[in-house]
Design a protein. Structure first.
Lengths: 211, 211
DNA sequence: CAGAAATTTTTCCGCCACGGCAAGTTTTGC
DNA sequence: GCAAAACTTGCCGTGGCGGAAAAATTTCTG
């Protein structure tokens, strides 16, 4: 394995991560723009400037390539939760890191541009694909495991005997999903941030850390 | 279309339903016994005595073929809910129909036979397959729609303006999923019926129909 | 009941997904 | 530098998937 957890990433590792995210992003972009059915692995490989075979070395298929970006974000959230000052209250830390990832660059509040609408519709359609949903379920399970560990570490409890961390992870995951889905279907379009913020605030009230 | 909703099913329709369930059951059996990866559509078609192409005329793939049995059961539950006497309290009716479908032929309570264990393990493995999970998500959405309509019809409310029916459908669906998953992982093995029964009882208390 | 009409099943065919294997390249570590 | 390790690539066989038209079956009609 890699004994060092982070900093001195060799050139090789950096390049790998680079192509990995490039492939994932390319897959998402093409599928949102053209629709799931109208994208072949060959198209994706072409956009990312690698061979078809290389795409397959990274991902087992379009679905996994798309879900990968989702996993990365969830894992990043768990990591950032660990990086928060230990003195900060649990739910303040959670709200902070989650909103930092999902808040995004606040859209100009005015009327939605035609291209923004096309993108939203494309994403919604893409997310409806069963092949992708399955992969997302899998991704969420993995991500929630990591998040639960981060929570357990923070409040100093054993994840094996205390369900609280898992509960928090599951609930935060569910809230994120609902918020995203809401922002994709709401009319007029709504930003994810504020909705998610209110949800987390309510959840925090009901789920204060056990004494 | 078919103006008559049911009874006088022609020979043709009967045969179609027959091969449909035959294909679905064959797919489930083979995948549970051999594992998802080790089953080709050709194998399934062979078992069901039809051509590979015919399998494809019925289902888009293994996943859909398996999920089909699940959908049928859920839709059957919704139908049976409609058939219950209108005087029966809502949650009594729900509990009745759900347990009738999920109760199954009560297993002999003694030690689990080796083959029963293999089956349980096979099912658990199969259900972990992302391709299948996606299809199940889709199936649940459809089934819950039907169930919600049945509930709305029963308590005489408009499903478009009242969330109660949808809530009940979602909750019953979730309880069913959890109960099944629990019965597949619990040690020692547990029957679905009793677990589900208790869950529904609790839910009924919290979700009495709105005045 | 024969023959037409409608529908399903099957055969044939091509495209794409998927993954093992054996070069060909690039990065790493000494 | 140079050899080993790791990554990329092309090749190719198996299987999933679906369009199109022939063959078989059921249903309809005179």
């Amino acid at each position: 394995m890699t004994p060092d957890a982070d900093a001195p990433l060799g050139l090789r590792e950096r390049k790998k991560r680079e192509t990995r995210v490039a492939l994932s992003r390319a897959t998402i972009r093409l599928c949102v723009e053209r629709g799931w059915e109208n994208v072949t692995v060959e198209d994706i490989a072409a956009v990312a400037n690698v061979s078809v075979r290389t795409f397959r070395n990274y991902f087992s298929g379009k679905a996994e390539a798309i879900a990968a970006s989702h996993v990365e974000r969830m894992l990043r959230i768990a990591d950032e939760l660990r990086a928060r000052p230990a003195t900060e209250p649990l739910w303040d830390a959670i709200t902070g890191v989650v909103l930092a990832e999902f808040g995004g660059p606040a859209e100009p509040a005015g009327a939605e541009s035609p291209q923004a609408r096309r993108w939203r519709d494309g994403v919604r359609l893409m997310l409806a694909e069963p092949a992708l949903q399955g992969e997302i379920v899998k991704a969420n399970a993995a991500a929630q495991g990591a998040f639960a560990e981060a929570v357990a570490e923070r409040i100093g409890s054993d994840p094996a005997h205390d369900v609280y961390p898992k509960l928090v992870a599951a609930v935060v995951g569910a809230a994120s999903s609902v918020a995203v889905e809401h922002s994709l279907t709401a009319e007029p379009p709504t930003a994810v941030g504020p909705v998610l913020a209110e949800m987390l605030e309510r959840l925090a009230v009901g789920l204060r850390a056990p004494s």
